[in-house]
Ligand binder design. Structure first.
Ligand SMILES: Cc1ncc(COP(=O)(O)O)c(C=O)c1O
Length: 583
């Protein structure tokens, strides 16, 4: 009797525990974004199944089912554009070609500048990165003397214009030159830097690192060390540097056992934060407000015209306030990753812009005054790398080049300069200035009848495409020809700086309009009733299936199958002229 009772009691307890675990797991699954971005293991599996394939010469120009006249128009336009790049940028291209095989960054960006099926046949001069030897005002010059407005923003470092940073670097180095490369001992300028960063961050202590990635690593490590909890929460699509600990999923074999990738702006996420006991920290990239739950927009993903960036400040602010509240309730460390937004959105960065105080804040990019930097600011309690009552339980984190004298010098000039009245005034006016400029930009696009729209979060702009098209990625090259320099990610992110005057901005609009008219005239935005975003994506899927299962080629035809030739040539090896064959 007793034995039976114990047996049933144990079985009941085990079932309750099992049920509890299953419910917890289900709740966690619901808090993940339903897309593959929210499910890193599945994303990895699916990525392995997607084969490389390349459109053949005919399909390259008519993958949207365009008629022969349009195909000829496009073919001619591409060769004209190629000719103009090859002649006007000959020296720049020669230098780029010289490093294309030996700098892995260039090999990567050259391949992922456009959707991959078009990459092999696109002439190399379109894909190669640029080289530059001078900047002035808001412009940058390539090796052939072509000046272009710089919308690449040097990955976000350039907040105040290149001349500003040249001054920071020159003056900063002049002030620290006598010490040279001494590390370990600090240059005295560090004290003032720390003092200003403490005021900007609203926090007690600062540590210096070499990059934003390192600052994020240190923030997460300290959060785990002090809370004794294992997991970090990041939001779907958010970028926090290239450390594998914050990039679970595709291209990373590290098991995502200590990371939860949850949905932004989601009640289920708040529920998870409220109920789980293993969460050490929540990592927020405040730029994610521009494209919640999506990756940073780039032209390599421009398969169709369904890019949907947009910024709703009130909604995101409310969301952050709720995350802040639950983190405080549950003793979860709230980390603002301000590597991109710091000193850009406002003097006090995203914390000021959204009115939220975080527990740890990472900075980088612009704060180095033009030199490499990562900074972590936090409360005394969180920044401590040892435990008062456990003398050997230390969290050892230092780095050889931390607080390099030249970096401290350039940072000091930067921090003092931006405290001055003129820049403080610019900060205050900046949000409405950029919103007004973008509104003007859109009015112009509309009055020109162009199928484009610009969205923005402050000085970060993105291009949206109003008509269904498979060729929007071509636009980046028309912009380049019209004198606008973009980063390798293309039209997804145009990063402007405070150095753009109204005249500069008008020039950008003019060049943009010229480029768009040319693109239109060259037939890339040709339309037909069959050409919808849905049809484009279905066609892409069919092409993908044909490449994966070659026996389907010829049997399966998508909604945009061309009248000229079958659109997919099956998997082919990468035959870029400049890529070396291995083995
Ligand atoms: C929000 C954010 N965090 C971290 C990083 C990584 O910084 P870094 O490239 O200096 O390592 C970046 C870089 O773009 C970033 O935007």
């Amino acid at each position: 009797m007793n034995f039976a009772f114990t047996y049933y009691a144990l079985a009941f307890a085990a079932s309750c525990y099992l049920l509890y675990r299953v419910i917890g797991r289900l709740q966690l699954s619901r808090a993940k974004h339903p897309s593959l971005r929210g499910h890193s293991n599945w994303a990895r599996r699916v990525a392995r199944l997607i084969p490389f394939f390349s459109y053949n010469d005919a399909a390259f120009f008519c993958s949207d089912g365009a008629p022969a006249t349009v195909v000829e128009q496009r073919r001619h336009a591409l060769s004209q554009l190629q000719h103009s790049f090859e002649t006007e940028c000959a020296k720049t291209l020669a230098h780029c070609r010289a490093i294309a095989n030996s700098v892995s960054d260039v090999r990567f960006t050259s391949r992922y500048r456009v959707p991959f099926p078009y990459s092999n046949l696109l002439p190399a001069c379109f894909k190669l990165g640029s080289m530059a030897d001078e900047t002035s005002g808001s412009q940058i010059k390539d090796l052939d003397g072509n000046w272009r407005y710089d919308l690449s923003g040097s990955y976000g470092v350039n907040v105040f214009g290149y001349d500003f940073y040249k001054e920071c670097m020159e003056e900063g180095i002049a002030r620290t030159r006598a010490l040279g490369p001494v590390l370990g001992a600090y240059h005295p300028l560090i004290a003032e830097n720390v003092d200003i960063i403490r005021k900007v961050s609203g926090l007690d202590e600062v540590s210096f690192h070499m990059s934003g990635t390192e600052a994020v690593m240190q923030a997460v490590r300290l959060a785990r060390y002090h809370t004794g909890k294992t997991h970090l929460v990041r939001f779907c699509g958010a970028y926090h540097g290239w450390w594998d600990g914050v990039q679970p999923g595709v291209g990373n074999t590290r098991k995502a056992r200590d990371v939860y990738t949850l949905a932004d702006l989601s009640e289920q996420t708040l529920h998870i934060l409220r109920t789980r006991n293993d969460i050490a920290c929540v990592l927020i990239n405040p730029l994610q407000a521009f494209h919640p739950n999506s990756d940073a927009p780039s032209d390599t993903a421009l398969i169709a015209s369904d890019r949907t960036n947009g910024f709703d400040k009130q909604r995101y602010t409310d969301w952050l306030a709720r995350v802040r509240e639950v983190c405080s309730e549950r003793s979860i460390v709230l980390i603002f990753d301000e590597v991109f937004t710091g000193f850009r959105l406002a003097y006090r960065g995203a914390q000021e812009f959204y009115g939220i105080q975080a527990d740890l804040v990472t900075y980088g990019k612009t704060l180095g005054g033009g030199l490499p930097i990562g900074v972590l600011a936090g409360t005394h309690g969180l920044m401590q790398r040892f435990k008062d009552d456990q003398p050997v339980n230390v969290s050892f984190a230092r780095g050889t080049f931390n607080a390099h004298p030249y970096v401290m010098g350039a940072m000091n000039i930067f921090l003092n300069r931006i405290r001055q009245h003129d820049i403080q005034q610019q900060y205050r006016a900046s949000e409405s200035l950029w919103n007004d400029r973008v509104a003007r930009f859109n009015e112009r696009l509309e009055s020109e009848g162009l199928p484009l729209r610009i969205t923005n979060l402050h000085s970060i702009l993105s291009v949206l495409y109003n008509l269904p098209s498979r060729y929007n990625w071509m636009f980046q090259f028309y912009l380049r020809q019209a004198g606008l320099e973009l980063s390798w990610t293309g039209t997804g992110r145009l990063i402007m700086s405070y150095s753009f005057t109204d005249d500069d901005f008008n020039q950008v609009i003019e060049r943009f309009v010229i480029a768009a008219h040319q693109m239109q005239a060259d037939g890339w935005w040709w339309q037909s009733p069959a050409l919808t975003n849905k049809a484009i994506k279905r066609q892409f899927l069919v092409d993908l299936l044909c490449a994966r299962f070659p026996f389907l080629a010829g049997r399966l035809s998508g909604p945009l199958a061309t009248r000229h030739e079958k659109p997919c040539s099956g998997p082919v090896a990468d035959q870029d002229q400049y890529s070396r064959k291995v083995g």
